[in-house]
Ligand binder design. Structure first.
Ligand code: FES
Length: 98
């Protein structure tokens, strides 16, 4: 599904998008685009309200830290991985597959 253009995202930008009924966080960091679930694996808070430092997104509720490029929970260890979705660039357009 087309979700926008590469010019819509500068380094560190991210925003929630509704894709086929799922809330997906789409963004770009260090010239890599990402699409991950918008729900924190700890207690389900919206990650769209978090803060991004490099590729690590801190959940605003209890401070879990998630790597947006692979969905891995860095802090605390042991939380489930955040679902990641395929994102591709074609002719300047971004496409996400959920
Ligand atoms: S809901 Fe995200 S850290 Fe608790």
């Amino acid at each position: 599904m087309a979700v926008g253009s590469i010019v819509d995202f500068q380094d560190g930008d991210f925003r929630p998008l509704r894709i086929q009924g799922l809330s997906v966080l789409v963004g770009m960091v260090r010239n890599r685009y990402f699409a991950i679930s918008n729900a924190c694996p700890h207690a389900g808070s919206l990650l769209e309200r978090g803060s991004l430092n490099g590729e690590e997104l801190t959940c605003p509720r209890h401070g879990a830290v998630i790597n947006v490029l692979d969905g891995r929970c860095v802090v605390p260890e042991g939380l489930p991985q955040v679902p990641c979705y395929q994102i591709e660039v074609d002719s300047g357009r971004l496409y996400v597959t959920v």
